[in-house]
Design a protein around this ligand. Structure first.
Ligand code: FAD
Length: 271
């Protein structure tokens, strides 16, 4: 089993604290660390700050996310050049969201993620993209999401990270369709440990993700019980996905290490 982690730039700019959290789970030899990016540019400097802080402390590959929404090609080139000056050579390429409004391409930008992927691969960057076990909230159909994944793959990406998902049936459908449609892209499962059930349900609602009642029912006011439920749910999900042939797991850390340490400890992940 290979692991990787997602961190986000902290609002309080305490990058050191985030890197310290990472250092507690570094011993599980992550393949890479991804750093999120505020779609409308709000946290660009913070993302750069966090990348620099990680680069000072670790040799693990840092893979920033980059969203194309609201940016011209020259804006994106400037950001990519800054990434390259920090020895970044891999990027998670995303469309990004325009808040409440429907996505509109920038007049001097990219129309869609696959055009952006093509540009990035031609700029000698290795590109990761997203995949959606449950349809993207803007999507007309699951089929359409797969068509886009195929286009992003054709444009030069061979690694994708899934949105988090608690339905193994949906994961199975995605895995089967990737294989059936001969989409040559290696799927890494995005795993969201349940740090707080209410926050998770709110986030899931915004992303169009279903949190099954049998998961919600396991949480109460008892913190110790909640933590054990979160550990059990996460481990079951990992095992189910391993049974479907998945070996790469990307953990949405929410900048915290303690729950992950307990999960890795229980599955006896070697370090
Ligand atoms: P795509 O895969 O290109 O498409 C997703 C959906 O967009 C489609 O299903 C469709 O509904 C619509 N769409 C795309 N092209 C068309 C078209 N031509 N016509 C009609 N509809 C179309 N967001 C951030 O802001 N910052 C981040 O750091 C970040 N990290 C993420 C990491 C992961 C692993 C994932 C899964 C998502 C992340 N997101 C992030 C969210 C992402 O930016 C949004 O979900 C965005 O709306 C979709 O971007 P995409 O590149 O995945 O889209």
């Amino acid at each position: 089993m290979k692991v990787s982690y997602e961190f986000y730039p902290p609002k309080d700019l305490d990058y050191k604290k985030v890197v310290n959290e990472f250092s507690l789970i570094n011993r599980y030899k992550p393949s890479f660390i991804s750093i999120t990016y505020g779609a409308m540019g709000s946290s660009q400097e913070k993302s750069i700050g966090l990348i620099k802080a990680f680069k000072e402390k670790t040799n693990v590959d840092i893979v920033p996310h980059l969203t194309l929404v609201g940016k011209s090609k020259s804006d994106l080139i400037k950001i990519i050049d800054r990434f390259k000056s920090l020895s970044v050579n891999k990027i998670v390429a995303l469309r990004g969201d325009s808040g409440e409004c429907k996505f509109q391409a920038h007049p001097d930008g990219f129309n869609n993620t696959s055009d952006f992927v093509k540009f990035l691969t031609e700029s000698n960057l290795e590109v990761f993209v997203s995949a959606y076990p449950e349809s993207h909230p803007d999507s007309e159909s699951f089929d359409f999401d797969l068509k886009l994944l195929k286009e992003k793959t054709f444009a030069g990406s061979n690694q994708c990270i899934s949105q988090f998902c608690f339905s193994m049936r949906d994961y199975k459908k995605l895995i089967d369709q990737i294989s059936k449609r001969k989409i040559e892209n290696n799927l890494t499962a995005g795993i969201m440990p349940i740090y707080n059930i209410n926050n998770l349900c709110n986030m899931a609602k915004r992303c169009g993700i279903h949190v099954p009642a049998e998961i919600v029912e396991q949480f109460s006011d008892d913190q110790a019980q909640n933590e054990q439920a979160a550990i059990n749910i996460c481990i079951k999900q990992i095992k189910d996905l391993q049974n479907m042939g998945i070996n790469n797991f990307h953990f949405y850390t929410l900048n915290q290490s303690s729950l992950l340490l307990k999960i890795f400890d229980e599955i006896s992940l070697t370090n």
